[in-house]
Write a protein that binds this ligand. Structure first.
Ligand SMILES: [Zn+2]
Length: 370
């Protein structure tokens, strides 16, 4: 089967392909249904999980797709390849694999990065009694989501953003934009007011699906839209001291840490992605408090950062200002799909090959004694 056939044109097809490949591989399948919501074709929406390996496994490889909804095109294709090419056979006898398909199924189906509540799941795992400051984002919000998408309002908003970037630099702009905000429910990178259905369900499924005696969990969380095209930048989200050294021993020195200080100590470089709180890694820590967790986000680049930002702004603008405008909604969806998924055999093969490489390195590491 060509690698392009591991990838699917939409959420229902991706789900179907995932379940069929899991069944053929003899995996144990489970479904966690999102209540009261449907996809654009009237389909029900769910997180689907496939478990392979012994019930008494002490080590686990977890592969996540669709944490950011629309980014699931790439990740789900890699999960299907994992099953069809039987990459799980590289696991040691102590290891099991857990594939989590569409952590944010609503976003995947509706071509949004955020979930059914406009929440970015990777900003949602915070302590809501003490949310981080949203001041930096507040200074940008009215320009990011202008009163109109065309005409003078849009032109002046774009000019203001350009001016801001010229004054503060692209890195500071990206940090302010993507660090997560808790004050604008219709805005970008919104972290919500409580744990979402996906966040709660992730904790539940980890407790239910992973063996009780699991001591080491390696997570590959597959993302798209950031960094060089198809490269697959490995970003460690540290859960405990020593995680970065271990991740570099497993995957090589190109692993960057989400926490700048820790990264700078070793390489002298700053972390690649903006520092942020509330990531899924915290959900893993909470669900598995006694387990050693090595949490890697693999970021596969797609388009220019300006194209990705324009798509995100269009998507949020439509939902905030014109949710019933079918023409503009469809236009925003087209921008989003193109910004987060490159539907070419070359991109798909590169993304899948890189993911398979990280699977094999993980299996090799888990074959070593803890
Ligand atoms: Zn992402």
């Amino acid at each position: 089967m060509p690698i392009a056939d591991y990838f699917s044109p939409d959420y229902p097809n991706a789900r179907e392909r995932f379940r069929a490949a899991a069944e053929r591989a003899g995996a144990r399948l489970n479904r966690y249904l999102l209540p009261e919501r449907l996809g654009p074709q009237g389909e029900s929406l769910s997180i689907d999980v496939a478990r392979l390996g012994p019930d008494n496994a002490t080590d686990a490889l977890v592969v996540l797709s669709g944490t950011h909804g629309v980014e699931g095109f790439g990740g789900a294709g890699c999960q299907v390849g994992f099953l069809i090419d039987r990459l799980y056979e590289a696991l040691p006898s102590s290891g099991c694999a857990l594939l989590v398909h569409a952590v944010n199924p609503h976003g995947f189906a509706w071509l949004r990065r955020v979930n059914e509540d406009n929440v970015d799941l990777n900003r949602n795992f915070i302590d809501f009694s003490q949310p981080p400051s949203s001041a930096a984002y507040e200074s940008l919000h009215d320009w990011l989501v202008p009163t109109d998408w065309e005409g003078a309002a849009r032109a002046s908003a774009d000019a203001a953003l350009q001016q801001h970037i010229a004054e503060h630099g692209m890195r500071a702009f990206q940090q302010a934009l993507t660090a997560g905000q808790y004050t604008r429910p219709e805005g970008l990178f919104y972290g919500g007011t409580a744990r979402t259905w996906s966040a709660q369900t992730l904790g539940q499924l980890l407790r239910e699906q992973l063996p009780d005696g699991v001591r080491r969990v390696a997570v590959l969380d597959l993302h798209t839209g950031l960094g060089p095209t198809a490269y697959g930048e490995p970003i460690l989200i540290p859960c405990a001291r020593g995680d970065l050294a271990r991740a570099r021993a497993w995957f090589g020195c190109e692993v960057r840490s989400l926490v700048a200080e820790e990264s700078a100590n070793i390489t002298g470089e700053k972390a690649v992605a903006a520092e942020l709180e509330g990531t899924l890694a915290r959900g893993f820590q909470e669900a598995l408090p006694k387990t050693e967790i090595t949490f890697i986000g693999l970021e596969f680049g797609t388009r220019q950062v300006t194209d990705v930002l324009t798509a995100l702004r269009a998507d949020h603008w439509v939902h905030a200002r014109a949710p019933r405008d079918a023409v503009r909604s469809a236009a925003a969806q087209r921008l989003m799909r193109a910004a987060f998924y490159c539907e070419t055999p070359a991109w798909q093969a590169a993304v899948y090959g890189r993911t398979a490489d990280f699977v094999f390195r993980t299996c090799r590491a888990l074959a070593q004694p803890a």
